[in-house]
Design a protein around this ligand. Structure first.
Ligand SMILES: Cc1ncc(C[n+]2csc(CCOP(=O)(O)OP(=O)(O)O)c2C)c(N)n1
Ligand SMILES: [Mg+2]
Length: 646
């Protein structure tokens, strides 16, 4: 038995957890982010200090963030970059420190990414209630602000007694390491319990290996899936994030080449195939390519692999237009396989694709279908090249750049293994359509929650993951390019300070367009006249005055980053070269014209418009909305019940 405080036991337990997949083992918790307050400084904080002072090489690394939400983003980004086989913990104080993490928890759970949250909680004994920052509920004596984590966590527990800790930790880690169940796991730790000593069994701290399973498909399910695919004339794969987390990229390529089926990609699935694979038709859905969306419109069988089918992927259930379209969904989670009344194939993506390839041996889609996919993809690539080159774009004011060109310059100047990070605004959509992904882990756009502010802390987590892979697996170094809009930057830029403190190099391209290009364009298309989407001085007629004298370049410099403020695309290119050669975090500040859109394919996103309005613009937009609404489908027809399967 070992006498430790509860917090010390938590830290010792985390250090002993490992995952194993395909025979490769690694520590599961690569560190613990923290900001201390009275709710964790003398508990988890003390425990981390004690380990920090030891020379044990397996001691848990402590990372000091600047904002609790952004610490969770960094931990989640780390987990995504490591294919969910490693993650980080985050400790906070009670009260606002804890609730600041709620957004990060939702982001993790929605994206199916593991993160362990350890919010401090108010006294279990309640001897001096209400303590600082304690919520007093009139109805329920046992709630604290941490109960707000329940709906956004895949698992929530509160450890009120030391005896509960062992089972709570084991249960938490099982869920975190299970690809079908993972998300945010929250263990609330009352501040008095954190400091309480207890005699813990030694076995709790023994090295533990969590074997990450690759479930294989059930034979009967495989038969059903194969029967539907064999009946297809114009099949299409929709690859989601599950392809990458499973490391199924090669298996997908083999499947596609053997069957001739083209592959489209969701945001999380981008990079499932390299952009120049002849069967890669790129982004699908609202921000899709003309190639993927044309093939989706005609598809008679859609094979979803590791996708959640968000509304961006399905263009709010309008992108698959063919009568009688059927779905075969391969996913590690049965929750996802059953979407769109699909034939369900519950399995690991790599195993499932390999099984499908074997079972479909000798069968291919019509060669003309495969050839058409390649041709359509080529047409889109030509559009991308013109966008990269700024061809056909309207003239913009002196010193401004066009966003598509910014994306093109970063793509062309970055190494194929470098990683682009983004999350919200107009850039995720433009990246989805335009970014040429050359490495399976080269594209990291968080679009499950599309959380403004994820970009810089997310970039930090991604870079930490890349550095750990360099150290542990001998991987080559890779630069992380964070693309961030001025809106996102204003919400959450403070982790630049952490990047500087930790000596972690990021290349941040800060795209200043004085407001929301994304929501501005959306607002206009919905008849809302860009109301409240630009950062301008207030005048008699509203927020429509001059641009504000905000200097985000100076702001970034004040946080300790190197800053290069550029005017136009040529200067941006020079700045990227400078940033690549530097060992320090560099922010490249570029101004763009928010009114120049990137090329796109016509696709709809269901955002309801006011049914009655005093404004003509709204009434007109509502008519367009009603028209689109008629094209929306429910995809409820059972996919395996079709007559031609009899
Ligand atoms: C935390 C959060 N708040 C609000 C939104 C809704 N939203 C999506 S994009 C956006 C504007 C982003 O502005 P900016 O970062 O400047 O990018 P731009 O649209 O100009 O490309 C807003 C408000 C969001 N996604 N996340
Ligand atoms: Mg902006």
């Amino acid at each position: 038995m070992t006498v430790l405080t509860v917090a010390q036991a938590v830290v010792r337990f985390l250090e002993a957890q490992h995952t194993e997949r395909d025979g490769v083992e690694r520590p599961f918790f690569a560190g613990c982010w923290g900001i201390f307050g009275h709710g964790n400084v003398a508990g988890v904080g003390q425990a981390l200090l004690e380990r920090d002072r030891s020379d044990d090489p397996s001691r848990l690394r402590f990372l000091h963030g600047r904002n609790e939400q952004s610490m969770v983003h960094a931990a989640v980004a780390y987990a995504r970059q490591r294919d969910r086989l490693a993650t980080m913990a985050v400790t906070s104080s009670v009260g606002p420190g804890a609730t600041n993490m709620v957004t990060g928890a939702a982001l993790a759970t929605i994206n199916r990414l593991p993160v362990l949250l350890l919010p401090g909680d108010t006294f279990a004994t309640r001897v001096a209630s209400p303590v600082l920052q304690e919520l007093e509920s009139l109805q329920q004596g046992d709630v604290s602000v941490n109960d707000i984590f329940r709906p956004v966590s895949v698992h929530f527990d509160r450890v009120n007694r030391p005896e509960q800790l062992a089972s709570a930790l084991l249960h938490a880690t099982r869920i975190l390491t299970d690809p079908a169940e993972t998300g945010a796991v929250t263990l609330a730790l009352p501040q008095d319990v954190q400091a309480e000593a207890h005699d813990f069994p030694d076995e709790l701290f023994a090295k533990r290996i969590w074997h990450v399973a690759r479930p294989v498909p059930q034979p009967a399910a495989l038969d059903r899936a194969v029967a539907v695919i064999r009946s297809a004339r114009r099949p299409l794969v929709v690859a989601g994030g599950g392809v990458t987390y499973s490391g199924a990229n090669d298996a997908l390529r083999v499947f596609a080449e053997a069957t001739g089926i083209p592959v489209a990609e969701s945001q999380a699935g981008k990079g499932a195939l390299p952009y120049d694979h002849p069967q890669s038709v790129g982004a699908i859905g609202v921000t899709g390519t003309t190639a993927a969306n044309a093939l989706a419109a005609e598809a008679d069988v859609v094979i979803g692999v590791g996708t959640r089918y968000s509304d961006f992927t399905t263009a709010s259930r309008t992108v698959f237009e063919a009568d009688g379209v059927r779905f075969v969904n391969l996913n590690v989670s049965a929750f996802d396989t059953h979407k769109h009344a699909a034939v369900s194939l519950v399995a690991d993506a790599r195993e499932g694709l390999a099984a499908l390839t074997r079972a479909l041996a000798g069968w291919t889609a019509e060669p003309a279908h495969t050839a058409r996919a390649t041709e359509l993809a080529g047409e889109w690539e030509a559009i991308v090249q013109r966008a990269y080159d700024g061809e056909g774009a309207p003239p913009v004011a002196e010193g401004l750049a066009i966003q598509s060109q910014v994306i093109g310059a970063v793509n062309e100047l970055s190494d194929p293994r470098d990683i682009v990070v983004c999350a919200a605004g107009s850039m995720p959509g433009d990246l989805h359509k335009l970014w040429r992904t050359r490495d399976r882990k080269g594209y990291h756009v968080e679009y499950g929650f599309s959380c403004m502010g994820y970009e810089i802390p997310g970039g930090l987590g991604v870079k930490l993951a890349a550095l750990d892979e360099e150290r542990d697996e001998g991987a080559d170094p890779r630069d992380v390019f964070v693309l961030v809009g001025d809106g996102s930057y204003l919400m959450m830029s403070s982790e630049l300070v952490t990047a500087v403190a930790e000596g972690i190099k990021l290349i941040v391209v800060l795209v200043q367009n004085h407001g929301y290009a994304s929501i501005g364009a959306l607002s206009e298309s919905l008849g809302s006249q860009r109301f409240g989407t630009a950062y301008r001085y207030r005048t008699d007629t509203g927020l429509d005055g001059d641009k504000l004298p905000v200097d985000l370049a100076a702001n970034a410099a004040s946080l300790g980053a190197d800053v290069l403020a550029v005017a136009g695309i040529e200067e941006l290119r020079d700045a990227v070269h400078v940033a690549q050669k530097s060992a320090r975090t560099t922010v490249i500040h570029v101004e763009t014209d928010p009114l120049v859109p990137a090329p796109d394919s016509p696709a709809w996103w269901d955002v309801p418009v006011a049914e009655v309005s005093a404004l003509r613009s709204t009434r007109e937009a509502r008519r367009t909305y009603d028209d689109h609404k008629t094209r929306q489908r429910d995809y409820l027809t059972p996919s395996s019940d079709s007559a031609d399967l009899a």
